[in-house]
Ligand binder design. Structure first.
Ligand SMILES: O=C(CO)[C@@H](O)[C@H](O)[C@H](O)[C@H](O)COP(=O)(O)O
Ligand SMILES: [Zn+2]
Length: 194
């Protein structure tokens, strides 16, 4: 069992090391895009399923509350939290629409969608990206496994941060690190270096 645990740690470290080489530039681009949106008075919507729903909420809480320093809250909404809204959309329309309908209601030009899917193939995340485009929003996609259908649906000026792995767990572990990088870079751009 001890060896199995060491294998998990080694695989996670290896994936993070490869991701650092490949993803530093798109992470920087995403942080600049998010900062630009926030300076312009816009907000960041986030969505995902399962562990990625947790990541969407992790991001929004670090925006709305704070990350590592004292600062004012920043506007972000996770679309994964309101069970009345989620269940009614799923019941009346379909689960594929649970994020898209919220994006159409809450999103506008200049806002951003942080779309999180390890496979890139969750239909409700793909539909959310489509709705974001309709609303004049840009998408920042956290993906893995080549990006799947979410990758295929991105516009040329969206940003994809695609983890070089086929393992959902390893991809999620890098997504959380990416989210913390984004929070740190946003804080440094908005509030200065400490
Ligand atoms: O956390 C995990 C697995 O580590 C699961 O809850 C996982 O997030 C769920 O199976 C999701 O439905 C997977 O969706 P996606 O990442 O492919 O979009
Ligand atoms: Zn997980």
């Amino acid at each position: 069992m001890n060896e199995r645990i060491r294998q998990h740690f080694a695989a996670s470290i290896d994936t993070k090391a490869r991701a650092a080489e490949l993803l530093a530039t798109p992470i920087e681009d995403a942080a600049k895009r998010m900062t630009y949106a926030l300076v312009g008075g816009h907000k960041i919507l986030s969505c995902g399923n399962g562990g990625s729903a947790g990541d969407a909420q992790h991001f929004s809480s670090e925006m709305l509350n704070r990350f590592e320093r004292e600062r004012r809250g920043l506007p972000a909404i996770a679309l994964t939290t309101d069970t009345s809204t989620l269940t009614s959309i799923a019941n009346d329309y379909s689960y594929d629409q649970v994020f898209a309908r919220q994006v159409r209601a809450l999103g506008g030009p200049g806002d951003l969608l942080l779309a999180i899917s390890t496979s890139g193939n969750s239909p409700n995340v793909v539909e959310a990206a489509r709705a974001a485009h309709e609303q004049g929003m840009h998408v920042i996609a956290l993906t893995g496994r080549g990006g799947g259908h979410l990758h295929d649906g991105l516009a040329h000026d969206d940003i994809e941060i695609c983890v070089p792995s086929e393992s959902t767990a390893r991809i999620q572990e890098v997504h959380l690190l990416v989210i913390h990088c984004l929070c740190d870079l946003i804080d440094r751009q908005l509030f200065g270096e400490v």
